[in-house]
Design a protein around this ligand. Structure first.
Ligand code: MG
Length: 282
């Protein structure tokens, strides 16, 4: 934009909004911010962005809410969730879980599958979500193949991202750690050793149905220990063993399930964020 236009636009902007409020967290006072450079706060004389109701650099476009991003975990310490996360398990509190669960125990700041029993489910239901889960196969797993630390993150109780020891252990590709079970292997094997904490960061888009017809499949993007292993990949059906299980229509939200597959696996720091559209009010 030519300099004269910038000045003119900034004059319009500043005349209508000498100061705006940004960076406000819920429950905290907003911080007034004054423009130090003309045009910093936006414009009202610019072109519409194609497909949007906002102009380029629109001064009236809502500023995104501020979020404390938390902190990554280490082998010794679980991650600290973002400030707007739904904390499903923090190492102690099981109030957001259907708990107790047969075959699970809570000690030392983690949940552990100890015996054949039931899968773990959240009380909350989720559709589109960001999910963080930290997990560990305990040292020296006894079994091989699919019994070597098998568990799973089952989104909406139907779509599984596999948990397994795949550090130096063979099984079928679409059933190894971080696979979309029975459908797609991970792009790479980013596994750590048994006895080391690992994590998944999952971005999940829920399927959409019209009546009994699927109109949009569920998609996942998965990072395993920070490495992209699925990049916006669609599930092709529900989780199943040795068969293809077609989609069955369900509601827009459902609980998250963590699989009990009869062998020890530990979990700590489980949190979710419901995903919303752009331009939400602060
Ligand atoms: Mg599994």
């Amino acid at each position: 934009m030519p300099k004269t236009s910038v000045i003119a636009a900034a004059a319009i902007a500043c005349a209508s909004a000498a100061a705006i409020f940004v960076g406000a967290e819920k429950g905290k006072p907003a911080v007034p911010v004054k423009a130090t450079v003309q045009g910093d706060l936006g414009y009202r004389d610019t072109a519409l962005i194609p497909g949007q109701r906002w102009k380029v650099h629109d001064i009236d476009r809502p500023r995104p809410a501020a979020v404390d991003p938390g902190a990554p975990g280490t082998q010794e310490r679980a991650s600290r969730p973002p400030s707007d996360a739904v904390v499903l398990f923090d190492g102690q509190d099981t109030s957001r879980l259907v708990w107790p669960v047969k075959g699970w125990k809570l000690e030392n700041g983690y949940l552990e599958i100890t015996a054949t029993g039931d899968s773990l489910a959240t009380r909350d239901s989720f559709g589109d979500m960001q999910l963080h889960v930290e997990w560990m196969i305990p040292p020296n797993p006894k079994h091989t193949g699919q019994m070597r630390g098998n568990s799973g993150i089952i989104l909406m109780g139907r779509y599984e991202v596999q948990v397994l020891d795949s550090y130096d252990a063979a099984t079928y590709a679409d059933g190894q750690a971080a696979s979309m079970y029975g459908q797609f292997p991970p792009l790479v094997n980013a596994s750590r050793k048994p006895g080391e904490w690992q994590f998944y960061d999952i971005v999940f888009e829920a399927p959409k149905f019209e009546g009994s017809n699927l109109v949009k499949p569920p998609y996942v993007t998965v990072l395993h220990n920070g490495v992209v292993v699925h990049n916006h990949q669609a599930f092709v059906g529900q989780m199943a063993h040795r068969i293809h299980k077609p989609f069955e229509a369900h509601g827009p939200e459902a609980p998250l399930v963590i699989q009990n597959h009869d062998v020890p696996v530990r979990y700590r720091s489980i949190w979710a964020r419901r995903l919303t559209g752009y331009d939400q009010a602060e």
